[in-house]
Design a protein around this ligand. Sequence first.
Ligand code: AMP
Ligand code: GLY
Length: 420
Amino acid sequence: MRVLIVGSGAREHALAWKLARAEGVEELYAAPGNPGMAALAHCVPIGADGIVELAEFAASLHMDFTVVGPELPLCLGIADEFARRDLPLLGPSRGAAEVEGSKVFAKEFCQRYGIPTARAEVARNRDEMARAAKSFGLPVVFKADGLAAGKGVFVCRTADQVEEALVRFFEERTFGVAGERVLVEECLEGQEVSFMALTDGSTVLPLASARDYKRLGDGDQGPNTGGMGAVSPASFPQGLGATILRDIVYPAVNGLAQEGRLFRGVLYAGVMATAEGPKLLEFNCRLGDPETQVVIPRLDGDLLPLLQAAVRGELGSLRVGWRREAMACVVLAAAGYPNVPRRGDLITGLGDALNLEGALVFQAGTVIEDGRLVTSGGRVLSVIGRGPSIAEAVATAYQAVAHIHIDGMQYRTDIGKDFA
Ligand code: AMP
Ligand code: GLY
């Protein structure tokens, strides 16, 4: 079989790592891939947002299966583009991907189907935003409507932070069209969990539990990022997973189907476990990054048959098993991340890190220049440790991190410490 992975991050590297081992996968392609994936797959220089070009490439090679990592091609309609050519691809249709592509759509969708979530108002200009913020009081949360790579959310606890957010949205217009509408919402308190489930549009297969660490700094300080680390399993409180499935995931999958928005792929629910029960923070229409890096290696058995069954609408008969080991991921980010990540910094020590028993490194913002591996984006590497417990997995991940050097690199030193 020929399999194509769309994307170039550590999540896609983790998928390539798993799929390269799969029975029956003879040729693996990645578009555009990264230097780490190049060891496992043929990298093709087509950007993840080139959905027509990707479909034409897949058609020309009679690609047997395609899996999409990032949200952008899904929101642009890559699933529809491939479906038109009868090419099997795992990922929601453009209509279904709107649960991530528009936070305003997602909020109204939740309201239509009674999915518990924070109260919210939509603001279209500075005055509306300021007025809504005042009516919610502090703390208050602002979210860019459109895609913002995990950086379009502001949790404001002081009047100064509110003022700064007003400036970012409606003076500097940091988020362009994505920020033309802003969701102003009530701030929820509680433990945050990431819930990912593979679905064929009706059956839902939950993936192993994971938690990610969104803030840049230790102790959940600093700005929101795409994710600075993750652990799996995430030991949810008793019954939480079942409640999330019943109150959030199934109503969402059924609601989308009812509206003719075909969702075959991974639905990710970012959930706050509040005193009143789980409430949705956000939907993603894809696997989480960095959650995937700690979940996929724990999968017992092959990934591909599961993904194929989801595309065929035949998930009902399948079971999925997870290894009892734990995994931890520490993200190494470039200097300047999340604002303006510095490019071109030399990356050293990967070989030593990889030699460590139980360590893995998945690449993201890397590129080879003049024969040297250097930084090319914000989140540069996902360094993974595996072990019999979270504490041991975390220890291995940090031992691996200690071998790696990138000038100005940023990482959290408290990943998984809340589980130890
Ligand atoms: P999102 O991209 O919507 O998940 O938001 C990014 C992060 O902001 C989440 O992981 C939460 O930590 C935080 N966040 C988002 N919405 C809220 C909310 N209503 N209350 C408290 N924190 C939130
Ligand atoms: N880790 C959160 C996300 O993938 O959006």
